[in-house]
Design a protein around this ligand. Sequence first.
Ligand SMILES: O=P(O)(O)OC[C@H]1O[C@H](OP(=O)(O)OP(=O)(O)O)[C@H](O)[C@@H]1O
Ligand SMILES: [Mg+2]
Length: 168
Amino acid sequence: MIAHKTPDKAFPVSWDQFHRDCRALSWRLNETGPFHAVVAITRGGLVPAAIVARELGVRVIDTVCIASYDHLHKSELKVLKGISDMTVKLGGGSGRNLLVVDDLVDTGATARVVRSMIPDAHFATVYAKPLGKPLVDTFITEVSQDTWIYFPWDLDLAFAPPLRDGAA
Ligand SMILES: O=P(O)(O)OC[C@H]1O[C@H](OP(=O)(O)OP(=O)(O)O)[C@H](O)[C@@H]1O
Ligand SMILES: [Mg+2]
């Protein structure tokens, strides 16, 4: 397990907000494509990839399966499944006209590994933190490095105590 400072700030994202941000990302990507295929970085990239592919009319969707975080804790990065040969061929071997989608870039470690597989692919994320930002071609919202983004699929409705009872 790699030592990891617990982020100071929380940025919870609702389904509505996430859908809006994915649509905004699609608008931007529509000026960049067309793309032959979308490659989703699982698991977080699956949801934005579905929305972006729907908006851009792309029907070939592949996955690259990478795991590195166990909730807030970063561990060694593991590639569990690579990009399929058929998709790599569609991208001319280097990833040209392929669109890689992930929910966010944090340290950039995941993006770096995928870039090394298909260096000419267009890399898009919904959110970006400063350390990973240089590795992304298109993103929508930047948050500070000490912020943890909570995605709607990791959240549940819960009671929020009133401010005067000590809620932050
Ligand atoms: O820029 P990095 O520091 O590499 O972090 C970003 C990656 O971390 C998260 O995935 P995670 O490995 O937690 O797996 P998950 O998508 O299955 O939640 C997130 O979805 C990105 O893929
Ligand atoms: Mg991920």
